[in-house]
Design a protein around this ligand. Structure first.
Ligand SMILES: [Cu+2]
Length: 428
């Protein structure tokens, strides 16, 4: 009966020639077979994450998302009591091809009602997932069905649209990639990555994120992990690389900077740049809250290249934000005197945050006061919303190839007296 009504509705709609076609009318008419990975598209890689499983039932891709409490390790021993989908924070990537029809079942195992909104997807209003406005919120224990087409290729997101402050803040987010159907592999990206940016307030020694926080976030994640728990992105020299960023943070826009490359921002969650050759090359992509950005570049520069949020506080892990500024302070014997009063006392931060990363420093349980990434030459004093792109000439697989082997004479080293003399440098 529902299908008959839908057919009648569409027929009447299309008869009215003065009206624009509905955004999914073409997909519905074409009724393409379900897109197949490999044949129609090269699957997206989800660092630290996974793709949502589906089964095909009579030409429709059927997904099942289960919203539920998830105990999630963000890295370095910090484990949070978050909310996610299918045991994952953020939820698994929903990966489909343009024109695919889906039925997505959403089961609510949370203690609160919820919905799922398909952010950026052009679909019928009743499938938009806004509690109160387009549907009744899914009560705990119930399963709702979302049934629609993905008419356009693109990078989208999904998240709760019921009490979003609490529910997105607790982690109920995920990414959607709709691939263009492209039989010619040469025209596809060789490496296609998807990363969700999130921010959390987790007070030191606690495990429950505080979704009421509005300004002062202390855990900044890429796909739910802080650096160095972030899985490196691996590409071979000469490959065309895409990185799709989605930002479902509460407050902050994240300017993500990639070292060693200039890239083009070829798409947003609204669509694609008409002619990428006309775009200005960039080295930093600003990913505003509630939007997606896709960058493209040719992997022509081998090495280990960090990419990170350029808000400097977003690459420090779970700093208390309340300790006094010790930069430049001269403690001398005072430290020993304080230690007599407070056993184990250490003055930190007199030359910067480096000593916050030292092991042996007493830290509260379930916390990462700093804990930065150690590269082959020592500490980077860098954590949080950061990761590494590893570009190599030779690769047997896309497993982490380990630290870059720098060709002789291509690395910054201590200057020799002879070099300084030759170039007229006086260090004194
Ligand atoms: Cu940031």
């Amino acid at each position: 009966m529902r299908f008959v009504l839908a057919f009648l509705f569409l027929s009447v709609w299309t008869l009215r020639a003065d009206l624009p076609p509905l955004p999914w009318a073409e997909a519905e008419k074409a009724a393409l077979p379900p897109g197949e990975p490999g044949r129609d598209y090269t699957p997206t890689v989800v660092p630290n994450g996974q793709r949502a499983e589906y089964r095909v039932v009579e030409g429709v891709k059927v997904f099942h998302l289960e919203a539920e409490p998830v105990t999630w390790e963000v890295g370095g021993g910090l484990t949070v009591q978050a909310w996610g989908y299918n045991e994952s924070v953020p939820g698994p990537l929903i990966e489909v091809a343009e024109g695919d029809r889906v039925r997505i079942y959403v089961t609510n195992h949370l203690p609160a009602s919820t919905t799922v909104h398909w952010h950026g997807v052009l679909l019928p209003c009743g499938m938009d997932g806004v509690s109160g406005l387009t549907q009744v919120a899914i009560p705990p224990g119930e399963t709702f069905l979302y049934d629609f087409y993905f008419p356009d290729p693109g990078t989208f997101m999904y998240h709760s649209h019921h009490d979003t402050m609490t529910q997105e803040g607790m982690g109920l987010t995920g990414m959607i990639v709709v691939h263009k159907r492209e039989p010619d592999r040469e025209k596809r990206p060789d490496r296609d990555f998807a990363i969700i940016l999130q921010e959390w307030r987790v007070d030191v020694g606690t495990a429950r994120p505080n979704p009421q926080e509005m300004i002062d976030f202390n855990v900044l994640t890429m796909n739910g992990k802080v650096m160095p728990a972030t899985e490196p992105l691996v590409a071979k020299l000469g490959e065309k690389v895409w990185i799709r960023f989605g930002n479902l943070s509460a407050t902050d826009h994240h300017p993500i900077h990639l070292h060693g490359y200039a890239f083009k921002i070829i798409a947003t969650d609204g669509g694609w740049a008409p002619d990428p050759s006309l775009l200005t090359p960039e080295t930093t992509v600003l990913v505003p809250v509630g939007s997606a950005r896709v960058i493209e570049f040719l992997a022509d520069n081998p090495g280990d290249w960090v990419f990170h949020c350029h808000m400097t506080h977003h690459i420090m892990n779970q700093m208390g934000h309340e300790f006094p500024n010790m930069l430049g302070a001269q403690f001398g014997e005072l430290e020993e005197k304080i230690r007599r009063l407070i056993p184990g006392y250490m003055t930190m931060g007199t030359t910067g945050m480096r000593d916050m990363t030292e092991s042996g420093m007493p830290i509260p349980p379930n916390s990462i006061p700093m804990w930065g990434f150690d590269g082959q030459f020592g500490s980077t004093v860098l954590g949080g919303m950061a990761n590494i792109l590893r570009v190599r000439e030779h690769l047997d697989s896309y497993d982490d190839p380990g630290p870059y082997h720098f060709p002789e004479g291509t690395r910054a080293l201590p200057a020799t007296p002879k070099q300084m003399e030759q170039d007229g440098i006086d260090p004194n």
